[in-house]
Structures are given as structure tokens and as C-alpha cells.
Design a protein around this ligand. Sequence first.
Ligand SMILES: *Cc1c(COP(=O)(O)O)cnc(C)c1O
Length: 348
Amino acid sequence: MIPLIEKYRDFLPVTAATPVVSLGEGGTPLVPLPRLSERLGVSVHAKFEGMNPTGSFKDRGMTMAVSKAVEEGATAVICASTGNTSASAAAYAARAGLTVAVVIPEGKIAAGKLAQALVHGAKVLSLDGSFDDALRVVRGLVERHPISLVNSLNEYRIDGQRTGAFEVCDDLGDAPDVLCIPVGNAGNISAYWLGFNAYREAERSRRVPRLYGFQAAGAAPLVEGAPVAAPETIATAIRIGNPARGDQAMDAMRDSGGGVSAVTDSEIMEAYAMLAATEGIFCEPASAASVAGLLKRHAAGDLNPGETVVCVLTGHGLKDPDTAIVNAEPVRRLSADIDAVEEAVFGD
Ligand SMILES: *Cc1c(COP(=O)(O)O)cnc(C)c1O
């Protein structure tokens, strides 16, 4: 296992004194999507971040945030989360021997993410409010107590998440033409932009991609140009009405020649099912926003034939089994009889 921090040490704010807290994050596969590529006439790859230790890209930032928290003498960490940040914080805090509290919006966290936070021993606090309320509360708490905030407001999170861009460039031999990515609190898209630029400045790549960010239609403050008071979407990981890094993300998309747009829940679920059924990749609904968005941008004529596109699939489908099951064909129940099973398997 090579910790992410070791692999990209030259690009990260660590020293010999930084205790590296690692679970083997990063090094996720860049999977070609041949059927989608053929259909669209571009070369599409999925950066499958579900393959990180806790099943989402959050681990890239968390290895940095928790390592630096330990270096700075913290004994506890806290975050507000739509789910994956709490799963990741809980795992890395357990690894480092820190106590951890996670504050989540009531009833809106996928089952797998909740299970992770609980099993790693986090204090899980469910608020009667939205993610944005939860973030406001933890921001206040860290002013009152010497406890480290590991939301993506924490710059170390962003530093670590830039490594996603480094890996994409390493795998392709250069940056792609286009990066499609879901946007919630807007930390990840900001981190990718910083990463692509840092890599080009270091002459490890020659160009930077156009960034297309995608929000869910019911939670699209950047598209609408104003906070959304009651964000709503099946893609709970991006159910955010007032992104902390919204301005930074908008600048990044503009400077890259890309832009932000919205995809509906039904477009998200169509892309989610298509990825699983025709490409063999099971991502969570929020992640599928990147592919739903690619289809939309393609239909609008925003891609040139033959371009290289990377869709960031931010989290694993196993995070949210309920959504998978509810949206699939029901299981068929049969008697334990060969004729009945034969008919079910070979009949229509
Ligand atoms: C956190 C998360 C996002 C959104 O990332 P931001 O940095 O908040 O924009 C998207 N998808 C998944 C699966 C996530 O966990």
C-alpha cells in the first residue's frame, strides 16, 4: 500500500513531521466506458471513486485533514455531512485514535453511510434541519472548542482532493478535454481545478480540461444564482442549497471554458441504471449526475467529436442500497421446482 500522501508528497503541504494517517486511499481505476463512447462519438472514462477505502472520493481529503489534525495536536474532529464525509471522517479518526462527531440532516442520509459512521464509533447527531443548517452549527462549535473541522472548508481536504486530477493526468498521459463532475458543496470541483492547474504548472501535463459541473434540479443554487432554502433530490450527497465553495467553483468553471447546469432526478436515475446495466459500474445516484450531465451537454452540442471525457463517479452504489432496490425490477418468488425456475429463466 502506498498512501496517497506519499505518492504525491511533492504537491502536498506535509513535512517529515506529519504523521501519515492512511487506509490506502486513491489509485482508483479510470474505467473506459465503451458503449457510452460509441453512442456519443467521444472517448468517455469513469474515474470510479467508489473504489476508495470508505467508498467515496472524500477519503482523498480526509487522509490529509486527519493527518494534519494529528500533527497539530487535535484529539477530536467534527463535520457536517450528507453522509460520505461522516463515513470517511469516522474511519480515519478511528484509524488515528481520535474521537469524532458527525452532524447529519434528519432522515436524508443513505443507509450504508450511516452504518459506516456508526460502526467506526462516531457520535452521530441527526439535526432537525438541512445540510446547510448542520454546517452552520458545526462552524459555530469549532469557534467554541479546540476541535478540528474536517468539512471541505478545511483547506487540507481540498489539497488532498486535488490528487484525483493528478491521477487522471497520469493515467491518460495528459489532462482530458472535458471533466464532468457532480457539485454539492462545490469543494471537489474546486479541488480538481486546482489540481489540473498545479499539474500543468509542474509540467506533469500540458493542458487543463473544460469543467462541466452538475447539480440536481431540486438543489441547484449555482444554476439559479441564489441559495435554495429547501433543496430536494434523490441524490442526497448533493442535496445542498448553499454551497460553501460556490464562488470558487463558478470561477473555475468559467475560467476553464465550461459551466454549470442542472439534471433532473429522472435523468440522474436513468444514467445510474444505464451505467450499472450496460457498463457494469454501480455508483451512487449523486455520482450519476456527471453522466446524466454529459448526455445533456452532448445533446446541446457542447462536445466535439473524438474528445476525451472523464466523468467523476464520486461514490459507490453500495452506499445507498435502498435507492437501488426501490428503482429496480422486483425479485420474483417461485416454488423450489425445476419447471417453475426453468420457465422463469428461459421464458419471457
Ligand atoms: C460529497 C459528494 C459529492 C459532492 O462533492 P462536493 O465537494 O460537496 O461538491 C458528490 N458525490 C458524492 C458521492 C459525494 O459524497
